[in-house]
Design a binder for this molecule. Structure first.
Ligand code: DGY
Length: 323
């Protein structure tokens, strides 16, 4: 029997590419270019499975192409707001993602941002590398203490809970959270976490607000001018979720007005473009969407896609089926 034809839209972890090549009739993307609408449509017409990543916009336009041969989109990433699930379903496609395997890695990065922005680590490193450091002095680059402070979480899924565990157990932080679909009590055990009825309550109480809700129309610009005016003037915003959850122009305005103290961002509204205003500020830490970027995690994510696609072609329901 011939192997299913698989098209991979970007470079993946080399060990995963090797497995894909062995198991399927696989077309890789050796120069790692970002595929155009036409290329994605072509892939859907030529392959049995297309394996996109979170940066490929598999929207209604892409999925509206005629003569789709593909039966599954095995997406490499946990977020799925880059795929129009309704349009995919209407086109007869199964869609899968990669939950769980990137939880710890992303939580680690949220804490990295939180610590960096509170302790002025990015700014301090620039200062030293620029040859500006004149030596220790009592008033030099005083930041904000993290231990014992209140961390507010918007969304309380797996990644948020992993962040809460690190913050509560490692930094003795008090956790407050809001989630329209809160976890079960047993999943909150040991997290020192208090549920709030609204995001507003979280904004008002927190010294750090970390975002862990999905992207998409329900959370678009959830954090805007109103949220910033509710937050404490000494508070920091951390975003490892999706860029468009935050109204980036309103964030720049809030930072410029001193409505909040700083921000640590791994995702941006118009990725890979970043607002000019943010690039100029010392009190923001900016990372290029590195949440899941470790060797171990990227390999695990890729292998989870392999598992999903293999199950699908074996006639089973893939464990991470979204539609
Ligand atoms: C995801 O998986 O959704 C992240 O944004 C990239 O790892």
């Amino acid at each position: 029997m011939s192997k299913p034809r698989v098209i991979v839209t970007r470079r993946w972890h080399p060990e995963v590419e090797a497995v894909l090549t062995e198991k399927f009739d696989t077309q890789l993307n050796p120069d790692d270019h970002s595929m155009s609408v036409e290329e994605l449509q072509d892939a859907l017409r030529k392959a049995d499975a297309v394996l996109p990543t979170v940066c490929d916009k598999v929207n209604a336009e892409v999925l509206g192409t005629d003569n789709i041969r593909a039966k599954i989109l095995g997406s490499n990433g946990v977020g799925f707001n880059h795929i129009d699930l309704e349009a995919a379903k209407a086109a007869g496609l199964t869609v899968t993602n990669t939950p769980e395997v990137l939880t710890d890695c992303t939580a680690d990065l949220a804490l990295t941002l939180l610590l960096m922005v509170a302790r002025r680590a990015g700014e301090g490193e620039r200062h030293l590398r620029n040859g500006e450091w004149t030596g220790w002095r009592p008033t030099h680059m005083m930041g904000t203490s993290v231990s014992g402070k209140t961390l507010g979480l918007i969304g309380m899924g797996r990644i948020a809970r992993a962040v809460a565990a690190r913050a509560a157990n490692g930094f003795n932080m008090k956790i407050v959270f809001h989630d329209p679909f809160p976890p079960m009590a047993e999943d909150l055990a040991g997290l020192n976490a208090t549920q709030c009825d609204s995001p507003q309550e979280v904004f008002e109480q927190s010294d750090f607000v970390s975002l862990h809700c999905p992207g998409g129309k329900d959370t678009y610009h959830l954090i805007g001018a109103e949220a910033f005016s509710a937050m404490k003037s000494g508070a920091f915003l951390i975003n490892t979720a999706r860029g468009d959850v935050v109204d980036e122009a309103a964030l720049v305005a809030a930072l410029q007005a001193g409505e909040i103290a700083g921000a640590g961002l791994d995702v941006f509204e118009k990725e890979p473009a970043v607002s000019e205003g943010l690039l100029k500020m010392e009190n923001v830490v900016l990372l290029p969407h590195l949440g899941s970027a470790t060797q171990e995690t990227r390999k695990a994510m890729g292998m989870r896609v392999v598992e999903n696609v293999e199950a699908f072609f074996n006639g089973e329901t893939p464990r991470d089926k979204l539609v």
